[in-house]
Design a protein around this ligand. Sequence first.
Ligand SMILES: NC(=O)c1ccc[n+]([C@@H]2O[C@H](COP(=O)([O-])OP(=O)(O)OC[C@H]3O[C@@H](n4cnc5c(N)ncnc54)[C@H](OP(=O)(O)O)[C@@H]3O)[C@@H](O)[C@H]2O)c1
Length: 354
Amino acid sequence: MNVETASPRRRRFAFRGRKKERVRRRESASISPSPIRGPHEKPCPDLPPFGDPLDALHLEDADLAPLKPGLIRVEMELAPVNPSDLIPVTGVYSHLITLPMVAGYEGVGRVVEAHGAHAALIGSRVLPLRGPGTWQRYVDCDPALAVPVPDDIEDLRAARGYINPLAALRMLTRYPVAGKRVLLTVSGSSCATLLGHWALLQGAVEVVGVYRSSERVARMRTLGIVPVSGEDAGAIEAAARAADVTFDAVGGDLGSKVLAAMRMGSVFVGYDLLSGQPVVPPAILRAGFERFHLRDDLAEMTPAVWQVQFDRLWPLLRQVEFPEVQVFVLEDWKAAIRAFREAGGAKPLIDFRS
Ligand SMILES: NC(=O)c1ccc[n+]([C@@H]2O[C@H](COP(=O)([O-])OP(=O)(O)OC[C@H]3O[C@@H](n4cnc5c(N)ncnc54)[C@H](OP(=O)(O)O)[C@@H]3O)[C@@H](O)[C@H]2O)c1
């Protein structure tokens, strides 16, 4: 059964450099180890397509194509602005990205069109994940990967129910912390606060969190995380020496110092480099040094196993207090990105119904 959508056009964010030949040229240039340019050749002004998200993203109108068989159409309601959405726009993972693409990795919406057996989904709230970017009014996605949202989970929570919660859950599954001391960096973030709170539920003896902005301290305390200022080098070194497991998302100087201070038998898990700098291992490395990327886990996950993750997540998400939010109408998407950059700020969400 088909249902006519309310609008024949969609609004979405897309990366620059959409023209295919330009994208191909860029890709071939990146294959060549040392491209030689003649003096007459000028770089195309649209290249590279990656960069500061305020420059590399733009809002565009596109015609809504007929829904392909086997997919469902979701009208988006809310999507958060996460580091995970913006970091790829800067080009960090350009080798993994095929342009053109729409930004956004998570969010919540309502099914407005579906064929055949999936018609029963029409009207239900889902997370339309692992398909095209979620920062658009309509997302056509695979129903096997769309996650039904329980009725009692409000939109503001559901919209943030994937990247950070699933990453935290998978890290604690791979690196269990019962009876252990845990150290977090970037501990004011959504991901780290979930990690810390659920580590305590799993039986961690103590969770210490290194924060950058003092606005985060009250929430960390509420969740049982012991706050340590990023300025307090002595306390950070002591916490690193005591830690059995560190989950680090900042890298750079802080990540490197923590790794250097950790003892034999402990493990340092790096899951991002928000500082933009790598973790440099010390000459004598005592801790295990591991990396976590949710996408590696997803690559091996069948749709059935994928859905089971959310059966585990929803009960946990019902209980945890999420960071406060600031909601922006779609037209104000640039303001949402600027708000994202404010240290100590609330999590920006984009409202696609506006
Ligand atoms: N590897 C994976 O699979 C995976 C999956 C999910 C998330 N992540 C990573 O988890 C991290 C947190 O994401 P989120 O959505 O939870 O973040 P969030 O709630 O949006 O918060 C962003 C946090 O990053 C901090 N921050 C930003 N730039 C920083 C810098 N240069 N140095 C130190 N701190 C900085 C902010 O500090 P303030 O407190 O001062 O504002 C804030 O606490 C990101 O790095 C994200 O990429 C990785």
